[in-house]
Design a protein around this ligand. Structure first.
Ligand code: DGL
Length: 220
């Protein structure tokens, strides 16, 4: 099966690589939007104009499922995109629910783009799963830019992670796929003090479920 994977930039590549490793029998078509990355500082309405034609293109190329490997797009536009695109879309969103189940201190840190942090979906996740918790949202507004341009400011990342841990966070949620490329650094900084979580494996589980459902619907 052809599976489309989309992100604004290099974040989704880490997701596409993980899917390729887990499901080598499928063909992965990975597309980005080099012209408009980063998305995370742009309003949702502007992003919709960029994403919709790209996803239509993937569906037109024969992708039977598309993974939106972008929290910014998933948290702001998934309803509009599901209505517009004629194939199933798998979304990625901040792991607030798993973080709430893991924390012992009652404090979690969510690293995400400004657009994700402003989204109604993220507000809903917090209200539904983490209403009794303290949530720290470090300023990551330039992280996807610096990762995209390979200009990683390690000091800035360290300061943000140390500050979240000093405020009591024992779970750090990576809620932007670009940050998967600095996951090891964040884990090293947080070592033995906070767990770092991100949704790649959960997405693969959901993708397998949808592939199986698709195959059985075609067989019947
Ligand atoms: N990688 C994307 C995300 O998961 C978007 C990053 C960006 O373009 O700012 O949110």
């Amino acid at each position: 099966m052809k599976i489309g994977v989309f992100d604004s930039g290099v974040g989704g590549l880490s997701v596409a690589n993980a899917i390729e490793t887990a499901l080598p029998e499928h063909e992965i078509i990975y597309v980005t939007d080099v012209e408009h990355v980063p998305y995370g500082t742009k309003p949702a309405v502007e992003i919709l104009g960029y994403v919709e034609p790209i996803l239509r293109g993937l569906a037109g190329q024969g992708c039977e499922i598309i993974v939106i490997a972008c929290n910014t797009v998933s948290t702001t536009l998934i309803t509009e995109l599901r209505a517009a695109i004629p194939v199933p879309l798998i979304a990625m969103e901040p792991m607030v629910k798993p973080a709430a189940a893991l924390t012992k201190s009652g404090v979690i840190a969510v690293c995400a783009t400004p657009t994700t942090l402003r989204s109604a979906r993220y507000a809903w996740l917090k209200e539904t799963y983490a209403s009794g918790l303290k949530i720290i949202e470090p300023d990551c507004s330039n992280w996807s830019y610096m990762i995209e341009h390979k200009q990683i400011d390690e000091k800035q990342i360290e300061t943000s992670v140390e500050s979240a841990i000093a405020d009591g966070a024992d779970v750090i949620v990576l809620a932007c796929t670009h940050y998967h490329w600095i996951e090891k650094e964040i884990q090293q900084i947080a070592a033995h003090r906070a767990q770092v979580i991100q949704p790649e494996q959960a997405v693969i589980v959901e993708l397998k479920r949808q592939i199986d459902a698709h195959s059985s619907s075609q067989a019947s």
